[in-house]
Design a protein around this ligand. Structure first.
Ligand code: G3P
Length: 221
């Protein structure tokens, strides 16, 4: 499974990248807006820095809703770095834009996917990645992971090339479940990545090894 980080915070991205397990980054207008507020930097500078930190796809999203506008904004974003992948909303105009991006050789990530039919349309349109938002589905009383399972079956049935990114992850169990059903990618908030490292028995084990070693040192010649 590939790990992407779901943030535009360059400090978090740098730290996660230093762990050696990061394959890509996803941002959205909310996340990029938060980073602009935090650093007072231009969005293109933030995205360029992210691309320099992580050698993998970096999803960036515009705010246009019509196909022409999505393509125009996407082309500008794609100029920032070769690894920029354009997030496209799961709408009829978004799907029209995907066809255009394909002809231009620009990669796409269909965002805000909440049903198997939407994923089927995005796969047929030729999206490179598609992102079901599982936490938001769970919040609404539906099973996000059931949707991931359905989409994976659908992609396999017809041998689509689109890769599924499990998005809107809220806790480590989401990642466990996604890995057990064979999701291609999880995009994970930094705080969840940190939690995935933790186990109280690991901490206890380290503490005990150090205490035992300290005790043994007294007997050293
Ligand atoms: O990648 C999608 C993600 O940023 C949405 O997460 O927590 O706003 O539902 P959330």
């Amino acid at each position: 499974m590939k790990f992407f980080i779901d943030t535009a915070n360059v400090d978090e991205i740098r730290e996660a990248a230093s762990l050696g397990v990061l394959d890509g980054v996803t941002t959205n207008p909310t996340l990029l807006g938060r980073e602009i507020e935090r650093t007072h930097r231009r969005p293109e500078d933030i995205l360029r820095e992210i691309c320099e930190i992580v050698n993998g796809p970096v999803s960036a999203e515009g705010v246009s809703l019509d196909a022409e506008g999505i393509v125009k904004e996407g082309k500008e974003l794609a100029k920032i770095h070769k690894n920029i992948c354009i997030k496209v909303p799961m709408t009829p105009d978004g799907m029209k834009a995907i066809r255009k991006f394909r002809s231009l050789g620009i990669t796409t990530n269909t965002t805000l996917v909440f049903s198997c039919n939407q994923a089927l349309i995005a796969a047929k349109a030729g999206t490179n990645y598609l992102s079901p938002f599982i936490g938001r589905l769970d919040d609404a009383g539906h099973s996000g992971m059931e949707l991931v399972d359905q989409i994976l079956t659908m992609l396999e049935n017809y041998e689509f090339d689109s890769q599924l990114i499990v998005a809107s992850i809220r806790h480590p169990l989401h990642v466990v479940e996604a890995s057990l059903i064979g999701a291609h990618i999880c995009t994970i908030p930094f705080k969840v990545i940190k939690l995935m490292f933790k186990h109280p028995l690991t901490d206890q084990g380290i503490k005990r090894f150090l205490e035992d070693w300290e005790r043994a040192k007294k007997f050293k010649k």
